[in-house]
Design a binder for this molecule. Structure first.
Ligand SMILES: [Mn+2]
Length: 378
């Protein structure tokens, strides 16, 4: 018998594989539609975390002394405010070599942990100072995503110091340490979350199931599992792209901010107002009055305090990518603002941590990270 022509053989193979491929796609679609594959991952992660937390992970936060005011209260003794600490764009796992960026910066997971420590220490000190003047009755922590570097650019998967899952675990632990430190302020903490574009597991930013296909979501669920039983903290892990969070009678909108161009924040505000002004939205969300008061976004890595938008900074700050894109130098910083019943923004601090380049384990955040890197560094 004559052997089969190689071209026919190849054509048959292609036919067979494409049939198999379309069957797998259909099965995948069915699973994705039921959400089953993601729920399994989260459930498994939660049980893994629950057992791990009990065994190896220890953290004891530092309690700062109460401040005594130097003068008598200048304001109404009943005056109270809420502090808002914005966390996001931590990019855990990213490595920036000083020599590659004209010594403008240096960054890796250990430096990141020292920067997180500095952000939290500064935030605690600032809030303590305000507590000596009047009552800070609550702390709201919106976490805006891009907590890990991810591998959406091939150069990131080559240069990150941790794999994406390892970076996710470390990011969750660092967030936990941050919240445990903030708990020492003795006030109720509310956490709301949004996922970023860097930790996505798909090539393009998806429009559907943006949260469930993103490692930020795992880090948030991980954090939420670690905080279970802590009655001081109320954590809401949202799967929506946009969240609306009330503070007093003000309405804050949070999202990562992917696609919002620098200098065009007000265009984004207008588009969002159109959504929140629609009769459909209002009816189903029991919404009346103004559409929103402040939009809080990250993504740009350029801290800005605009009239109706707060843009958070990032932990890495200046990078190789910023150089390649000829961006202006931008600070590594996280935003901390105050809010009262009568004033939407009472005060604002941009906590700049760009001067921290040390990877030395000088505090619990970096001590844990250095140990973590010993075990899991790529
Ligand atoms: Mn980012």
């Amino acid at each position: 018998m004559k052997p089969l022509d190689p071209e026919i053989k190849l054509a048959r193979k292609i036919e067979r594989l494409s049939k198999e491929n379309s069957e797998l796609r259909a099965a995948n679609r069915k699973l994705a539609a039921s959400g089953a594959m993601f729920d399994d991952v989260v459930d498994e992660l939660k049980s893994a975390v629950a057992s791990d937390v009990k065994s190896s992970f220890r953290f004891s936060p530092t309690v700062l002394p109460q401040h005594k005011p130097k003068t008598k209260a200048l304001i109404d003794p009943a005056h109270a405010e809420t502090a808002i600490l914005v966390l996001g764009d931590w990019h855990i796992g990213e490595v920036i070599l000083a020599a590659d960026v004209n010594k403008m910066n240096a960054f890796n997971s250990a430096v990141a942990s020292n920067r997180v420590h500095e952000v939290i220490e500064s935030a605690k000190k600032i809030i303590r100072l305000h507590q000596s003047m009047y009552n800070i009755e609550a702390l709201w922590v919106p976490i805006l995503g891009d907590m890990i570097s991810g591998s959406i650019h091939s150069e990131l998967s080559l240069s990150n110091d941790l794999s994406d899952p390892a970076a996710t675990v470390l990011a969750a632990r660092l967030m936990y340490m941050a919240i445990a430190e903030l708990c020492t302020l003795g006030i109720p903490i509310r956490i709301d979350t949004a996922v970023g574009n860097h930790p996505r597991m798909t090539e393009q930013m998806p429009t559907k199931r943006q949260t469930q296909t993103n490692l930020d979501w795992l880090a948030f669920e991980f954090l939420s599992a670690m905080l279970e039983g802590n009655s001081q903290v109320d954590m809401n892990v949202s799967t929506g792209q946009i969240s609306v969070v009330p503070v007093y009678d003000w309405r804050f909108v949070i999202e990562h901010g992917y696609g919002i161009k620098h200098g065009r924040e007000e265009n984004a505000e207008d588009r969002l107002r159109a959504i929140f002004d629609s009769a459909e939205y209002r009816e189903h969300n029991n919404h009346s009055g103004t559409s929103f008061d402040t939009l809080i976004i990250g993504d740009q890595h350029r801290p800005k305090l605009l009239q109706s938008t707060i843009v958070n900074g990032s932990l890495p700050g200046w990078s190789d990518l910023a150089t390649a894109w000829r961006l202006r130098p931008s600070a590594a910083c996280q935003q901390l603002v105050g809010c009262s019943k009568s004033h939407l923004r009472t005060w604002a601090y941009s906590i700049d941590v760009g001067h921290i380049r040390s990877d030395k384990p000088t505090n619990q955040f970096s001590q844990y990270t250095v140990e973590f890197l010993k075990k899991h560094k790529r």
